[in-house]
Design a protein around this ligand. Structure first.
Ligand code: FMN
Length: 174
């Protein structure tokens, strides 16, 4: 449905070539990136940790996503944004974060991205995440158990994902 809307919106404005870049430790942010890609007709999804990223100049739209660990985004995402921000400013670009603590979403954006990048971004979104203690080390499991926190939680916000895609294609709809 969304794809059809985006498609209809793109009539006359050419195909929206989209590059979706992500960093991920346990795979949730990769899943989110692939889910977002379904909202676009021509999306290329790349792992920032693999290197070999196509130049952003070849795309109309660039989306970058990272999980949050201890309040910080992944270094690969941070480095990529700092290195390419001048080129990004010439694109429609969006940022998304994956994490299980939605209460601090504003803080995560403010503390992990330069103010200029946040101002220039077309959309930013905290999409929730999956915490699975079985994927973590013994120390993390110990801390989580001691804090009486659940060993598994899934807070992925599908409505927010949809909204994020809509925000990214918005200009093409008007
Ligand atoms: C050790 C550890 C620290 C975490 N710290 C945060 C945090 O500070 N804020 C948050 O919202 N989520 C935090 N999370 C949850 C992860 O961000 C969430 O599980 C995310 O979906 C993982 O994405 P990934 O599988 O792509 O690495 C933490 C998870 C672990 C295991």
């Amino acid at each position: 449905m969304l794809k059809r809307r985006a498609q209809a919106a793109l009539k006359g404005s050419g195909l929206l070539k989209t590059l979706i870049l992500y960093a991920s430790k346990y795979g949730t942010t990769r899943k989110l990136a692939k889910r977002i890609a379904k909202g676009f007709d021509d999306a290329t999804v790349c792992n920032l940790k693999d290197g070999d990223i196509p130049p952003v100049s070849g795309f109309d739209c660039v989306i970058i996503g990272s999980p949050v660990y201890g309040g910080s985004i992944q270094k690969e995402a941070k480095d990529f944004i700092l290195q390419t921000k001048t080129a990004l400013y010439e694109k429609e670009f969006g940022l998304f974060l994956s994490g299980t603590n939605a209460d601090d979403e504003d803080k995560y954006f403010q503390e992990n991205f330069p103010a200029g990048v946040l101002r220039a971004a077309k959309a930013t979104a905290f999409l929730g995440g999956i915490f699975d203690a079985s994927q973590t080390g013994r120390l993390t499991r110990f801390i989580v158990k001691r804090a009486k926190q659940p060993l598994y939680s899934n807070t992925i916000d599908f409505e927010r994902i949809k909204q994020f895609i809509e925000d990214m294609v918005e200009r093409y709809e008007s």
